[in-house]
Design a protein around this ligand. Structure first.
Ligand code: DON
Length: 571
């Protein structure tokens, strides 16, 4: 991490002369990348999964941009600096808090299925169904990122898109030194990349994965973003870049059309609201599911003596795992795109529903059976996606999660454009009768859950994470670590995590990080729980970034997850 940050500091200013980032703005991270470390900000702060993206966002804030300008700058810079996790070939959700108006809003820029999509579209692919869902042209949903960034900037930003893209262009042009994280993900996805990458795309190093220390440059992406900066997002949705995108998708067996791309719109939504004790939670509503399930989870937990049990104690892990299994049953039964299916949201997030579920959980024995045997949860190991948070000097806040789904998406790159296309069609359910089956113009349910927490009417924590289906469980554990166990933010983020789920009415194992004490694991097993021990800091459980406002101390703490390359910076 220290090496990465040194590189960020050593590079030229990303936004032009006069705005070089002063060294004192970034505190050196600890030598042990996993040691809890809170970045400090007094007026403004950015946290994200790559130091160059943080630098670009912070420079925008220092130039007078607001949190929305800073967030979109950071989001675009992540396309260049962390290209395997998100970018203009993907989509996501952002929640924006406007301090002066005391108003919070959400922008949904989740990808959509092409209009020729149908519930059984992958079913005739037989054995190779998974392959078609993740690495063919059929896997690509209509990207929403640029439309979302543009809508946010036009409505709530103060700077033009071209200025927000400048940092990304500089990073793509100049390149950066590949981190161990980048290299290991590049190796993991090698097969898909070899199959789908066009000649000379740059996402492999002369046909081989990048090694830590190699330089990664992406002049094609720089050029693409320059065209968009000059001509607007129309260049992507209706222009030459769009034509190349549709051609690349169709060449790989896809069904996307120019009309699908031209008709894509990001939309503004009312945030979903919940409470935990004296805390108010605002988050992205469906088709995002992370925030909704976090509210459900906290509703159930509210009635339990978690402080007495202790963080990661046997009763804590047992009860929370049982709750997760009920929530996954609800998720598979009810969650779809609300533009097309009716979701009983008020009931799902009601305290009554939570109390009814909690009353079924037994103290020292797993139930073994959970609702909705006919609904299967497809647990995926990957922990892709990226999350960033920004607070500006006026107290405006953005929490933004974006993704191209699997690391490196489909691995399809439209000719000489430098950006990767998502495989978000894989977030539709495999079962054609599911409420989350593919359909024309449907958005697949997402696990993302960018959120802002309020106490006494004032925002105090912005948070989010990648990690697929683990997102809401990981975020809930971080929230409890802060609010119940009194941890500073980064300690709360770095603390060992666990996860469980149910599928078809049966429990999944309890996955724990290897830092869990053996006696806790043994005691859970003695209760009849199956336990799966994973790496000590496993990106399976996400890579959360957050900002906590410590009003009494008049500072902000930034927490960035060492399970990925997260850093923060403030001034
Ligand atoms: O939107 C989602 O929920 C996912 N596409 C995010 C991807 C992820 O975090 C890892 N998926 N297993």
């Amino acid at each position: 991490m220290a090496g990465l940050l040194g590189l960020a500091l050593g590079s030229v200013s990303l936004l032009g002369p006069g705005c070089r980032l002063a060294k004192e703005n970034i505190q050196p991270p600890p030598a042990d990348r996993h040691a809890p470390y809170n970045y400090i900000g007094r007026q403004a702060m950015v946290v994200a999964a790559h130091p160059l993206a943080v630098q670009a966002g912070l420079e925008m804030l220092k130039r007078g941009g607001n949190a929305v300008d800073g967030a979109i700058t950071t989001a675009a810079a992540l396309n260049a600096a962390e290209p395997f996790a998100s970018g203009i070939g993907g989509g996501g959700f952002m929640i924006i808090h406007l301090a002066r108006e005391k108003r919070t809003t959400v922008i949904n820029f989740r990808e959509k299925a092409p209009h020729l999509a149908s519930p059984a579209m992958f079913k005739d692919k037989g054995e190779e169904e998974k392959e078609w869902r993740t690495s063919s042209g059929l896997a690509v949903a209509v990207p929403g990122a640029l439309a979302g960034w543009d809508l946010a900037l036009r409505k709530y930003g103060t700077r033009p898109l071209a200025e927000a893209l400048a940092g990304a262009i500089a990073i793509a042009e100049q390149g950066f030194i590949v981190s161990p994280t980048f290299s290991s993900i590049n190796k993991d996805e090698y097969e898909r990349l070899v199959k789908n990458l066009p000649e000379g795309s740059g996402y492999l190093n002369e046909g081989l994965p990048y090694e830590p220390g190699d330089r990664f440059r992406n002049p094609d992406l720089a050029q693409t973003l320059r065209f968009i900066a000059a001509n607007g997002v129309k260049e992507f949705y209706e222009g030459e870049i769009g034509r190349k995108l549709v051609a690349a998708v169709r060449a790989k067996g896809g069904i996307m059309t120019a009309e699908d791309l031209a008709s894509y719109r990001a939309v503004e939504l009312e945030p979903l609201q919940g409470t935990y004790k004296d805390i108010r939670i605002l988050t992205a509503p469906p088709p995002a599911s992370g925030g909704l399930h976090l509210i459900q989870f906290l509703n159930i937990i509210e009635g339990w003596p978690v402080r007495k049990w202790g963080q990661n104690s046997v009763p804590y892990v047992h009860h929370l795992s049982e709750a997760l299994r009920f929530i996954f049953a609800d998720r598979e039964r009810y969650l779809g795109d609300p533009d097309f299916v009716s979701i009983p949201v008020p009931w799902l997030i009601s305290k009554d529903h939570a109390a009814a579920l909690a009353s079924r959980i037994r103290d020292s024995v797993p139930l073994g059976r959970y609702p909705y045997e006919e609904y299967k949860h497809e647990e995926k190991d990957a922990a892709n996606t990226t999350h960033l948070c920004v607070i500006d000097r006026d107290g405006n806040i953005v929490a933004l999660t974006q993704s191209i789904n699997d690391f490196f998406g489909t691995g399809i790159v439209p000719e000489r454009t430098g950006f990767l296309l998502n495989d978000h069609m894989d977030d539709f359910a495999a079962a054609a009768q599911s409420v989350n089956a593919p359909g024309p113009g449907h958005r697949p349910v997402s696990s993302m859950g960018p959120l802002i927490l309020f106490k006494n009417g004032k925002p105090f924590l912005a948070l989010g994470s990648p990690g697929g289906a683990r997102i809401f469980s990981s975020l809930t554990q971080i929230v409890l670590n802060v609010t119940e166990f009194g941890m500073p933010l980064d300690e709360a983020i770095e603390a060992p995590r666990f996860f469980s789920f149910s599928s078809g009415g049966r429990p999944g194992p309890i996955a724990v990080e290897a830092r869990f004490p053996q006696e806790v694991i043994t005691a859970l097993q003695a209760m009849g729980q199956e336990v799966e021990v994973r790496e000590a800091y496993d990106k399976y459980f996400g890579g959360a970034q957050g900002i906590m406002v410590l009003r009494d101390k008049k500072i902000m703490h930034g927490g960035a997850d060492s399970r990925r390359d997260g850093v923060g910076a403030g001034y």
